[in-house]
Design a protein around this ligand. Structure first.
Ligand SMILES: Nc1ncnc2c1ncn2[C@@H]1O[C@H](COP(=O)(O)OP(=O)(O)OP(=O)(O)O)[C@@H](O)[C@H]1O
Length: 319
């Protein structure tokens, strides 16, 4: 969706200012012909099914998936998140925006168990998350990517994704040591699913390349594939387009829509307003840790409080 012109357009027209990471030249490990490895993966519907076996969107689209109630996070005397209440509905792409330092990443971190809230609650899929550990939150169905790419550089793209599928494995430690039939089956399934995930995000031909040798854009896609490997109900993307050029951003928007259409719910932090306006169903705006707006993209771009929040910071920070 491309929203028409309106008040505040100039604010939302800037391209992301982050500089692209330098691409390293390294000898290629070779191109993988995915259709030859697994002919089923040449069919996009099969790929989509393998990637999202649970198809959440078909069951309960529009119902509340996650809700924060009065969520607050303090760092010493600084209130980074102040009494923030919002919900994420099944099957939507929710944008979380705000000027630098507004509390977006802190909100992500409080939801995903990295920070312990100093007040308020987070309820996910009907369960309170306050006492839930980070790995358990992943198992419950929340996955995320980070502002700074965090991949295992010496491992191949496929291995990075297969590691992500481990969150779902049921084999016991003795089972893994003695390589029981169940463990071998899980390994085979994980490799098949890993390849499907790489195909889904568009980098399957690079499956055997070390992550560190992938282009910056492919590394970002690999991060998304790895997050999807945990079979999340909610995928949280923290500035996935940072450093992208306009055509890469447009391709990323297509991928985010494809992820949602495949049954995942998406929470997106992004500075690039054209991307946010073009891909989200609803937007929550933070300023100085407080929620100042929660509305449809068309209403957000005309919201005086939002426009003022962005005018209150230098232009290059309000990209
Ligand atoms: N671990 C921390 N310790 C102390 N202060 C922190 C910590 N993390 C964040 N802050 C502070 O909390 C506030 C909110 O930061 P946060 O990173 O959540 O903002 P943001 O909206 O994600 O910003 P940006 O768009 O620049 O990434 C800022 O004032 C920041 O300096």
């Amino acid at each position: 969706m491309t929203a028409g012109p309106g008040p505040g357009d100039a604010l939302f027209d800037n391209e992301d200012m982050a500089a692209p990471a330098p691409e390293t030249e390294a000898p290629s490990a070779g191109i993988v012909d995915v259709a030859a490895v697994d002919p089923a993966l040449s069919d996009p519907d099969t790929v989509a099914e393998v990637v999202a076996p649970q198809r959440e969107i078909a069951t309960g689209e529009g119902q509340t998936l996650l809700r924060t109630d009065g969520l607050s996070v303090r760092f010493g005397g600084l209130v980074a998140l102040d009494d923030v209440t919002f919900e994420i509905r099944r099957g939507e792409i929710l944008g979380l925006i705000g000027p630098n330092g507004a509390g977006k990443t802190t909100c992500f971190n409080a939801i995903t168990g990295v920070y312990k809230p100093s007040g308020g609650t987070v309820t996910f899929d009907g369960k309170p998350l306050e006492k839930t550990k980070r790995n358990e939150i992943t198992r419950l169905g929340i996955a995320r990517t980070f502002q700074n790419i965090r991949l295992f550089g010496e491992m191949t793209a496929l291995e990075n994704v297969v590691v992500g599928t481990d969150a779902r494995h049921r084999t016991s430690v003795p089972g893994a040591i003695f390589r029981t039939a169940r463990h071998r089956r899980e390994e085979r399934d994980a490799v098949e699913r890993g390849l499907a995930l790489l195909e889904f995000v568009g980098i399957a031909p690079r499956a055997v390349e070390k992550a560190k040798n992938l282009s910056y854009g492919d590394q970002r896609r690999l991060e998304i594939a790895r997050a999807l490997a945990t079979e999340p109900k909610l995928l949280c993307l923290d500035e996935p387009a940072a450093g992208f050029n306009p055509s890469e951003k447009s391709a990323l928007m297509d991928l985010i829509r494809k992820i949602r259409d495949d049954g995942f719910t998406v929470l997106l932090i992004e500075h690039d307003m054209r991307l946010v306006m073009g891909v989200t169903d609803r937007i929550v705006v933070l300023e100085f840790g407080r929620k100042i707006a929660d509305d449809l993209p068309t209403a957000i771009r005309e919201n005086p409080a939002v426009i003022a929040a962005y005018l209150g910071v230098p232009d290059d920070a309000a990209s």
